[in-house]
Design a protein around this ligand. Structure first.
Ligand code: SAH
Ligand code: SF4
Length: 365
């Protein structure tokens, strides 16, 4: 007997096919449901008008299509960023943020985009993989709230379907998915990868591997495993410091996996996949934005096919560091580039809606 609370997005196609077999339904019904879910984004049994009424009834009594309630959604004052806070049945909160770049047509409020020039029509969705996070990075709102639980693959997927459905109403779609919301995806490896692979399924949502980015705090064995699995997915590493002492003071995981081991694993990833790796860097005034740090970082990354993504620190309640200013950020970038390491300075998006990692849930709890 299926569990009444079974979330339909937790099922892969073979499991769904088996379930239908148990219900004495032909296999092609599973495909129809799959397409309804991942191509039409239907989220209630009545919408599956191509299924017999009896099967719709069976679905209604056996599976659930939505694992959460929308608790709050907030749009940034420039209209380009929407953050949604979802409440799970166990009352845990997770969040997903949509960032639109470049296309004035996306935004009724203003005619030109303040950021993302040259990146027309990008709609990047940032999703959560856990409620809370166990990694305790000091400047991170999610880290500050602690670990609540892993999300299932279906709970990860449902965040994407929620936004896909919303965008479809205005004839748009998600163009990029980043695993950079609450939680550490490599601490919930199997569910995160199952979600990614299911979203990538050509018979379903068919979201191209190269349009995903997975970000990790640096769990070395999982970076190696990910490299071995050779998905054509982008990988980002939250580095934030160029020496072990400084990194461990911000990212406790560095006591377990030192920078050298992380960078060795990154080299392995690049060799295995041929893909460029991204290093995330939250620029914190006087902490990791000095010319000395930039030079040390450049020396560490020398010869690695990589790119540094630097973003001025987002303020959080539990951390007193200050964001680097524009000039400081420009100097940091220049020093890296002089040493042959490409660097992009990202603007902070949605700061007035607390769209930094974990910030909205942190303010509601
Ligand atoms: N757990 C994963 C992914 C989620 S965090 C990871 O740590 O990589 C996504 C990114 O936001 C990480 O690079 C993280 O270091 C960064 N981040 C967290 N809090 C931040 C803050 N207050 N300001 C700027 N970046 C922050
Ligand atoms: Fe977790 Fe990433 Fe936040 Fe660190 S930065 S606490 S790993 S979500």
């Amino acid at each position: 007997m299926p569990d009444i609370n079974m979330l339909i997005y937790d099922l892969d196609l073979p499991t769904l096919t088996n379930l239908l077999k148990e219900w004495n339904e032909p296999a092609y019904r599973a495909k129809q449901i799959w397409q309804g879910l991942y191509q039409h984004f239907w989220d209630s049994p009545e919408q599956f008008s191509n299924l017999p009424k009896s099967l719709r009834g069976k679905l209604a009594e056996s599976v659930t299509f939505s694992p959460f309630n929308v608790k709050v959604f907030l749009d940034s004052s420039d209209g380009y960023t929407r953050k949604t806070l979802f409440e799970l049945p166990d009352r845990n909160l997770i969040e997903a943020v949509l960032m639109r770049y470049g296309d004035p047509a996306d935004n009724p409020q203003i005619a030109t985009s303040p950021t993302g020039r040259g990146a027309k029509n990008r709609r990047t969705l940032c999703i959560s993989t856990q409620a809370g996070c166990a990694m305790g990075c000091v400047f991170c709102a999610t880290g500050q709230m602690g670990f609540k639980r892993h999300l299932s693959s279906g709970e990860i997927i449902a965040q994407v379907m929620y936004y896909a459905r919303m965008l479809k109403e205005v004839n748009q779609s998600v163009t990029n998915i980043v695993f950079m919301g609450m939680g550490e995806p490599f601490h919930n490896y199997d569910n995160s990868m199952a979600a990614l692979d299911r979203l990538n399924d050509p018979e379903g949502y068919n979201f191209g591997a190269r349009r995903f980015t997975v970000s990790t705090v640096g769990l070395v064995p999982m970076i190696r495993r990910f490299a071995d699995e050779k998905r054509q997915v982008n990988l980002a590493i939250s580095l934030h410091a160029a020496d072990d002492e400084s990194r461990a003071s911000m990212l406790p995981i560095n006591r377990k996996y030192k920078i050298d081991e992380v960078i060795d694993a990154c080299r392995y990833y690049v060799n295995q996949t041929g893909r460029r790796i991204t290093f995330e860097w939250a620029l914190i005034h006087g902490v990791n934005d000095t010319p000395e740090v930039a030079k040390k970082l450049a020396a560490r990354l020398k010869g690695l096919l990589c790119h540094v993504n630097a973003i001025p620190l987002n303020p959080t309640a539990g951390y007193h560091g200050k964001a680097t200013d524009r000039g400081g950020a420009a100097t940091f970038k220049e020093l890296l580039e002089q040493a042959g390491i490409p660097c992009t300075i990202r603007m902070r998006r949605g700061i007035n809606i607390q769209a930094g990692c974990g910030q909205l849930a942190g303010s509601v709890i």
